[in-house]
Design a protein around this ligand. Structure first.
Ligand code: ADP
Length: 477
């Protein structure tokens, strides 16, 4: 199949979260399965052009968005020739992937138009255009309406993957002329226009041939008023086309047996290296290492979605009453940074907060911690709990979205299960789960069994790619 992916983030070039991992791994695995895949993303000025070893492919791509005109070039990555960058400094030289600039909508409309124009120039007729999140959610309608004349796209079908329903691309209706739909504005959602808004993600839900999300549970949750972020009725109206496919894990990068970013490699058969990584982690962060004292880890964007207000509520008391340590890597909202700064100040020998984004430290935390905390309010898929399982780092999660689909509650009688999963998102739930984990930690044979159960789980991309292939085939036929 000929498949086009268009996304605002693709790892390792541009990443703020899980979208980047998916938009990198899925195309690569589709290529391995024999498909002809092209990926398009903006050439942000934050991308190290030298490291990406860019070579020019197409020049003089003209993009017209309402009264705005842009000139773009397409360059490809030397290391990964299927990855195409849209080079347009007027839009992408902003020092960040996302901005709150007045032309944010233009930055991603231009991405969609440039990708489609490049297909025209290359004579690449995609059978599937796979869009990701609000940034590319108008693409299906652009294709159906503005490019209906082009036979190149006559057999093209579109799939929109929602990585997070709460980021919708909401703009004032005054930008409608910039979408080039001003002569076919009846196709846009009228109620919202009357209210003075245009919601990009909604138009993907209305017009993409298929809609997917990144876990089966999340695909059901977003069709409820509680988790639907105002779009549940539109999703329910298309319920037969809304499916959930878990993200896969790149075990080439995330396996303790072969991880080059950790000092001591280990596996389920020999866990000694894990203890040495724990010592390296703690001493590196300036915390005392005491054998037998469990370490809990967090690696996360610091955003309201992630549920850290529960950590704030329960942690002081738990840290006082139990012997354990907490290592946190994260960046994001200031109020959540302050939660961890305060915890560190109050418990300097037990807590370390590393503010920032660091892939090597993320790997070392996965390898060196005993427990991993993800008390997310909602979680479309989540990757870190799956990484944690592979590293024998027992996840403690709220039973929601992809966390519910990947972590099985520990059953002491049968010795089954891979982690601790609390049902109600409240402080009592998180406290129960952490205390249950700390109790099992002291029972060494049970804990070893729990670790090994998790390490034996397989969430590799090879299985997930087959699911996407099946969806693509259904859309095409
Ligand atoms: P989300 O997409 O909501 O941020 P996911 O769990 O799906 O959450 O993906 C997060 C990805 O980003 C993981 O690969 C995780 O390791 C990485 N990550 C998040 N925050 C940091 C950080 N501060 N430093 C390093 N990696 C991070």
């Amino acid at each position: 199949m000929k498949i086009l992916h268009v996304a605002s983030e693709v790892a390792p070039f541009a990443k703020t979260g899980g979208l980047a991992d998916v938009a990198s791994a899925l195309p690569r695995h589709l290529r391995r399965a024999g498909h002809d895949v092209r990926v398009f993303l903006p050439l942000y000025d934050t991308i190290d052009a030298g490291a990406a070893n860019l070579t020019p492919l197409l020049d003089g791509i003209e993009i017209r968005l309402g009264a705005h005109r842009y000139q773009a070039k397409i360059v490809v990555a030397g290391s990964e020739p299927h990855v195409h960058f849209v080079h347009c400094p007027a839009l992408y030289a902003r020092g960040a992937i996302y901005t709150s600039d007045a032309d944010e909508h233009l930055r991603f409309l231009a991405l969609c138009h440039a990708a489609l124009a490049a297909c025209q120039r290359m004579g690449f007729a995609p059978e599937i255009v796979h869009c990701h999140d609000w940034q590319t959610a108008l693409l299906p309608l652009i294709l159906k309406e503005q490019l209906a004349w082009d036979r190149l796209f006559a057999d093209t079908r579109t799939l929109l993957t929602i990585h997070n329903l709460n980021y919708q691309g909401l703009f004032p209706a005054a930008i409608v002329p910039d979408t080039n739909f001003d002569h076919s504005a009846h196709l846009l959602h009228q109620d919202q226009l009357r209210e003075g808004r245009i919601n990009f993600l909604l138009h993907g839900i209305l017009y993409a041939d298929g809609v997917s999300t990144v876990s089966p549970t999340y695909s059901r949750e977003i069709q409820t008023a509680e988790h639907g972020a105002g779009l549940d009725s539109f999703l329910r109206a298309r319920t037969s086309t809304v499916i959930g496919i878990l993200n896969g894990v790149e075990y080439d990068e995330w396996s303790p047996e072969s991880d080059r970013l950790i000092p001591h490699r280990y596996g389920a058969a020999d866990l000694a290296g894990k203890e040495r990584n724990k010592e390296a982690l703690l001493t590196g962060l300036g915390l005392p290492y005491v054998p037998g004292v469990p370490v809990a880890g967090i690696v996360s964007r610091l955003a309201g979605q992630k549920g850290f207000e529960l950590v704030e509520e329960v942690m002081p008391d738990l840290l006082r009453r139990h012997r354990f340590q907490l290592v946190v890597l994260g960046s994001g909202e200031r109020r959540l940074q302050e939660v961890f700064i305060r915890l560190q100040a109050a418990f300097p020998r037990q807590v370390c907060f590393y503010k920032g984004f660091s892939n090597p430290l993320a790997h070392l935390i996965e390898a060196g911690a005993d427990l991993f905390l993800m008390p997310s309010r909602y979680e479309p898929c989540g990757l870190n709990q799956m990484y944690s399982l592979r590293y024998g780092t027992v996840p403690i999660v709220h039973q929601t979205g992809g966390l519910a689909d990947t972590v099985r509650q520990w059953q002491p009688q049968s010795g089954e299960g891979t982690g601790f999963s609390f049902e109600r998102h409240d402080a009592a739930g998180l406290r129960w789960a952490i205390e249950a984990a700390l109790t099992v930690f002291d029972d060494r044979p049970a804990w070893r069994r729990l670790m090994k159960n998790g390490m034996a789980e397989d969430f590799s991309w090879s299985a997930q790619v087959k699911r996407y292939e099946a969806v693509y085939a259904r859309l095409r036929d």
